[in-house]
Design a protein around this ligand. Structure first.
Ligand SMILES: [Zn+2]
Length: 131
């Protein structure tokens, strides 16, 4: 049995972080389906599950690696964004964020300093703000 599975999976892609995320998404969507008793949501969970299974069994390795690399890139951006938002919320009493009107970069300034003139480190634009 073990040899059969080994032979069957030879040359196939297997699992990666994207398929792992898809399996987690299947469980989450299925749980939502249980809460709402919706066959459409069950069907969606099943579709995500089948898609992740097909990815794992695929023999088109370069395409699967490309999809996984794209997933890692996007999920990294999302994780960094969420981390930065959590940091901002946890330090909201100490710092305020002002956006540069020219290049839209967020600048962190200490709170309670009154009206201040800022110089953007990216574009060197000078603008006034209230901290
Ligand atoms: Zn700027």
């Amino acid at each position: 049995m073990r040899d059969f599975f080994k032979k069957f999976m030879y040359g196939r892609y297997g699992t990666d972080s994207l398929s792992g995320a898809m399996y987690v998404a299947t469980i989450v969507i299925f749980t939502i389906g249980i809460l709402f008793q919706s066959t459409v949501i069950y069907a969606l969970a099943f579709a995500v599950f089948v898609l992740s299974l097909l990815r794992s069994l695929s023999k088109n390795l370069p395409q699967r690696r490309m999809e996984n690399a794209e997933y890692i890139k996007i999920s990294g951006k999302v994780k960094r964004y969420i981390k930065s938002r959590i940091y901002r919320i946890s330090h909201a009493k100490e710092y305020k964020y002002l956006r540069c009107p020219k290049c839209h970069t967020d600048l962190r300034v200490p709170r309670g300093k009154g009206k201040i003139t800022l110089t953007c480190p990216c574009c060197k634009n000078r603008f006034d703000g209230k901290s």
